[in-house]
Design a protein around this ligand. Structure first.
Ligand SMILES: NC(=O)c1ccc[n+]([C@@H]2O[C@H](COP(=O)([O-])OP(=O)(O)OC[C@H]3O[C@@H](n4cnc5c(N)ncnc54)[C@H](OP(=O)(O)O)[C@@H]3O)[C@@H](O)[C@H]2O)c1
Length: 276
């Protein structure tokens, strides 16, 4: 993907999963990459992987420890980053956490954490970087939502609240920034084999597993490649894989059918007595 050669890309959550896969790919395409996440050890390891994929010695890479949910810290870090690395040609908001459990087992603290990182976190980076991207009159913002941002699935009351919100935010921002030459996309990945998914599995109810049980598991490299390719095509909603696209289409055309399929999976679990 020639477009990325020499471009500067900021990736939040670039130390793991989809964000890391995107950063490695970007490095192999010739881009300068700045990654942002909290854990310094993970950042250091990720930076090594990203650097080893580089195409030329002229490329530059940075790792910055940052909590995207902290509005003031984000402003400070992004101002510093723009001064040192230059403004981003692309911003990928991949930082996120996921929690899956019954509503009544989801604490307010978990809900708050989801909202602060997965929704407010994107607001914070956009608030800090949109002005510099607008001035340049070019660029791209890719926000990572989820299939759970398109369809409300059992167990995702907190996660879906943040991810649905992120799609609304992105759609509004898309319209605002288009006249300024800045594109906005939203990626809705299906289940992807990353540390986040493994974390989510720890509390995932049987009903959620029954609903998503037959859906495929994607690799972060595939999801990242589709994201970087389709962003260049200026697609707004990017859904890797056929199953996700089909689910989205069905949800739009006949939501009652999607609800009936999910309800039937839940009934089966309850009948088998997997749950009390
Ligand atoms: N995996 C899936 O099945 C799936 C499906 C749909 C959507 N998604 C979405 O895709 C995105 C990437 O997820 P992933 O699966 O790649 O997860 P992952 O492997 O767990 O990576 C998450 C990244 O976000 C960073 N992060 C988390 N909280 C942060 C914070 N407060 N500030 C800054 N960085 C933070 C993590 O680093 P630190 O913890 O060190 O900060 C890590 O680099 C998320 O938005 C997720 O919701 C994932």
């Amino acid at each position: 993907m020639k477009y990325y050669q020499g471009k500067t890309v900021y990736v939040t959550g670039g130390s793991s999963g989809i964000g890391l896969a995107a950063s490695v790919l970007l490095s192999s395409y010739g881009a300068n990459v700045a990654i942002f996440a909290r854990n310094k050890e993970k950042l250091k390891n990720a930076l090594g992987k990203i650097e080893s994929a580089k195409k030329s010695a002229a490329q530059r890479f940075w790792a910055v420890s940052l909590d995207v949910s902290d509005n003031r810290a984000v402003k400070k870090a992004m101002n510093k980053a723009v001064g040192e690395f230059g403004p981003p040609d692309m911003l990928v908001n991949s930082a996120g956490v996921a929690y899956c459990n019954d509503f009544e087992k989801t604490s307010f603290e978990k809900f708050d954490e989801e909202m602060r990182i997965d929704l407010y976190g994107v607001w914070n980076t956009c608030e800090a970087l949109v002005p510099v991207m607008k001035v340049r009159g070019a660029g791209h913002i890719v926000n990572i939502s989820s299939i759970a941002g398109l369809v409300g699935v059992y167990g995702y009351t907190a996660y879906s609240a943040a991810k649905f919100g992120l799609i609304g935010f992105s759609e509004s921002l898309r319209g605002e920034l288009k006249p300024n030459g800045v594109n906005v996309s939203v990626l809705c990945p299906p289940d992807t084999d990353t540390p986040q998914l493994h974390e989510e599995e720890k509390t995932k109810p049987a009903e959620t597993k029954a609903i998503s049980g037959n859906a495929g598991l994607y690799q972060p490299e595939y999801v990242a490649r589709v994201m970087l390719r389709d962003a260049l095509k200026r697609k707004f909603i990017i859904i890797p894989g056929l199953e996700g696209k089909f689910t989205y289409l069905m949800k739009r055309l006949c939501p009652w059918l999607v609800e009936a399929v999910m309800d039937s999976a839940i009934r089966k679990v309850r009948k088998q007595g997997v749950r009390k």
